[in-house]
Design a protein around this ligand. Structure first.
Ligand SMILES: Cc1cc2nc3c(=O)[nH]c(=O)nc-3n(C[C@H](O)[C@H](O)[C@H](O)COP(=O)(O)OP(=O)(O)OC[C@H]3O[C@@H](n4cnc5c(N)ncnc54)[C@H](O)[C@@H]3O)c2cc1C
Length: 224
């Protein structure tokens, strides 16, 4: 590889040199793929096979520091960036065509606090990961129907599933989210911290007709 052409945020094209790529990779704990790397085609696959988009780079993160590093790399080079959670979005929004894809698919840790009946889940978790850990404790989370859907995309879109009629949507039960911001900071968004950011991750408490959503028992927090 000599250079990589990559799509910028403003629709243009930037060039990543071999040195820049190697520096990025050397500070990254996960894997970075480009078109010439073994595993690249598998790394860009999503659930909806109608999409055949080709990111210039895929940064497959294994922890929050990797996410920060990838976000910083994207911002510093003005790159078009996409985020892949479970890869189930039928419009294929997880994959950028020509930009940098931040892939969370290896970040799948689930920690259940049995006493407080909450769960903390990583940004790349699938619904089945959460069920697998919560059922051990006799608990369940209001989420979707299909176990290989991603928690991240599902919850950000509301999240309706088997027990929603009784326990509400996934977002109704979300206590907080750990968010990596575009300037590379890690912040907590909740009802008491960075409230505007928390609002951005879930529907308003009151809708446009002024009706309040029913308050539900919280179930956990999501690490993004
Ligand atoms: C087979 C199937 C069954 C489904 N069943 C249900 C259901 O029962 N109930 C329901 O409510 N919905 C359901 N959906 C819809 C599903 O919730 C959405 O398609 C959702 O966007 C999938 O999320 P994902 O993380 O898997 O997808 P992705 O394509 O990875 O992500 C979707 C969007 O969310 C963003 N995103 C994902 N994770 C993160 C993160 N951690 N941080 C920041 N951004 C993130 C991505 O950038 C992308 O734009 C289903 C979809 C499919 C294909």
């Amino acid at each position: 590889m000599n250079t990589i052409s990559i799509k910028t945020n403003s629709g243009g094209e930037a060039t990543i040199t071999e040195n820049q790529f190697e520096e990025f990779q050397s500070n990254f704990r996960g894997s970075v793929f480009h078109a010439g790397t073994h595993g690249y085609n598998q790394a860009r696959e999503i659930w909806n096979g109608m999409f055949d988009k080709k990111p210039a780079l895929v940064a497959r993160c294994v922890g929050t520091s990797d996410v920060i590093h990838a976000v910083n790399f994207g911002r510093e080079n003005d790159l078009e960036v996409s985020v892949k959670g479970g890869g189930h979005n039928s419009a294929g929004t997880a994959v950028t065509d020509g930009g940098l894809m931040i892939d969370l698919s290896l970040m799948r840790r689930v920690t259940v606090d049995r006493k407080n009946q909450t769960a903390r889940v990583d940004g790349g978790c699938l619904l089945g990961d959460v069920d697998y850990e919560t059922q051990l404790n006799g608990l369940a989370v209001s989420a979707g129907i299909v176990s290989h859907t991603g928690v991240g995309g599902l919850a950000l879109g509301g999240g309706f599933g088997w027990i929603s009629r009784k326990h509400g949507l996934s977002v109704d039960n979300m206590i907080s989210a750990e968010v990596v911001t575009a300037d590379g900071r890690v912040v907590t968004a909740s009802a008491t911290e960075n409230e505007d950011l928390f609002w951005g991750t879930r529907p308003k408490e009151k809708n446009s007709s002024g009706r309040s959503r029913k308050k539900q028992k919280p179930w956990g927090s999501m690490s993004v």
